[in-house]
Design a protein around this ligand. Structure first.
Ligand SMILES: Nc1ncnc2c1ncn2[C@@H]1O[C@H](COP(=O)(O)OP(=O)(O)O)[C@@H](O)[C@H]1O
Ligand SMILES: [Mg+2]
Length: 247
């Protein structure tokens, strides 16, 4: 099996501090993967590198069947290639309805800011309804997005990313600020999405990670400390020492 995404020996330093240190790992097609690790381990920086926001000083980032180098692409080309990223703070247009937000995302060419240049298309309504159903917002199509709960806004943003049909979705700390019920629905959603897309989730909430029920990568000081099932990595003495033991 060839990987969908492979990072190979990447390092990045900020003012001499190695935030990512010879990091290597792979994500498969339609794989669901959780990334955990202490604050400052490099989890967000890893996502910044994959999406082209931060350039590594060394190493390779390879994408898709042809192992294309993402390091030769800019942020919008990487988005075009099929990598979508969800930030922690939802960035939906609060004055627009759920349907309007999804319509804009659907009509826009892939890319971080291209959503602002949308042209409505005639047959988008059915796809908008489908996207809303996929993220559990079918009943809320005509509501102003600003009226949604925090969790619902996060799902709307995931729906907007799905409108671009990404092959890989990067999701940074989705559980933060969500109610328990919302967190449970989010794990169900992410598991379902991974049937058709690869999904990489950074998350601290261990109950959330357990419900994802997927392979876990533990980052520490910019490298992979352990990898495997949640039970496997949480039994690792080094993981307990650097992460779990801190309470
Ligand atoms: N743009 C930046 N400039 C300087 N230092 C940064 C920058 N981005 C991240 N860092 C540093 O790199 C380390 C890793 O950060 P980050 O990837 O955000 O960790 P995590 O998401 O695992 O908590 C931290 O020490 C952080 O302060
Ligand atoms: Mg982070």
């Amino acid at each position: 099996m060839t990987a969908l995404l492979e990072v190979r020996g990447i390092s990045v330093s900020f003012d001499g501090f190695r935030a990512i240190n010879n990091l290597s790992f792979e994500i498969g097609e339609c794989e669901l993967r959780a990334i955990i690790g202490p604050n400052g381990a490099g989890k967000t920086t890893f996502m910044d590198i994959v999406t082209g926001k931060t350039r590594p000083n060394e190493g390779q980032v390879l994408w898709g069947e042809g192992s294309k180098s993402l390091l030769r692409m800019n942020e919008s080309q990487i988005a075009q290639a099929g990598i979508g990223r969800k930030f922690q703070r939802p960035t939906v247009f609060e004055d627009q309805t759920v349907a309007e937000n999804l319509t804009m995302a659907l009509s826009a060419p892939r890319g971080p800011f291209s959503v602002l240049r949308w042209r409505p298309s005639a047959d988008s309504a059915a796809r908008v309804a489908e996207l809303a159903a996929e993220v559990g917002l079918a009943e809320h199509l005509s509501r102003k997005s600003g009226e949604l709960s925090h969790g619902q806004k996060q799902w709307l943003e995931i729906g907007m990313l799905l409108a671009q049909d990404p092959r890989l979705l990067l999701v940074d700390e989705p559980a933060a600020g969500m109610t328990l019920a919302e967190r449970e629905q989010t794990t169900t959603l992410l598991r379902r999405l991974s049937e058709k897309h690869a999904v990489v989730v950074v998350e601290h909430d261990m109950d959330f990670v357990r419900r994802l029920d997927c392979k876990v990568t533990v980052l520490h000081e910019g490298s992979v400390l352990a990898e495997g099932s949640l039970d496997h990595v949480t039994a690792n003495p080094e993981v307990i020492e650097v992460y779990l033991g801190r309470g």
